[in-house]
Design a protein around this ligand. Structure first.
Ligand SMILES: [Cu+2]
Length: 172
């Protein structure tokens, strides 16, 4: 009886060791996500390159950019985004109209065709952070929850780059 108890205890110990190893592994992945470099997945959608431009003093809004790679066989749609760092996050598109840069809200979100890659980048589509609580500074990280029509919601950490940065990779 005593021997069995010992074996059970050993098995328990082994199991808990394995569990903590798994937990640490996950924590490691999480910290990569926090660095804003790793690819975050929402179902078949791979999300990468999340960054926000630092805000100039006095600005109330900030622009966020991201790459969405739909590796699935079905089209999906980015329908909304939220962040505790801003009162509201809208999906916008920048277009040229009669030589004037205009910004419009994409109320239906962004279509993500099956097998296609959609990039939100400066001069094009972007996430607009409205009424930002505390101006984004270079080096900050901003938590954002993206909502997809089919893939559901996913948390992504955006890294704040320089005010004129076109991406985290091509920063001057
Ligand atoms: Cu905008």
């Amino acid at each position: 009886m005593k021997k069995m108890t010992c074996a059970a205890f050993a098995a328990l110990l082994l199991a808990s060791t394995n569990l903590s190893a798994v937990a640490q592994d996950h924590a490691g992945h999480g910290s990569h996500g926090n660095a804003g470099q790793a690819v975050v997945k929402a179902g078949p959608i791979a999300i990468s390159g999340a960054f926000i431009r630092a805000m100039v003093p006095g600005a109330k809004v900030g622009g966020g950019y991201i790459k969405l790679d739909n590796k699935g066989g079905e089209a999906d749609r980015l329908v909304a985004a939220t962040s505790p760092a801003a009162k509201r996050v809208e999906i916008h598109e920048m277009t040229m109209e009669n030589d004037v840069m205009k910004m419009r809200q994409l109320k239906d979100g962004i279509d993500l065709p099956a097998g296609g890659t959609v990039e939100l980048k400066p001069g094009g589509m972007h996430l607009m952070f409205m009424d930002v609580i505390k101006p984004f500074k270079k080096g900050d990280t901003v938590p954002v929850t993206l909502q997809f029509q089919k893939a559901g919601t996913v948390d992504v950490t955006f890294k704040v780059g320089a005010a004129g940065a076109s991406s985290m990779e091509h920063q001057h």
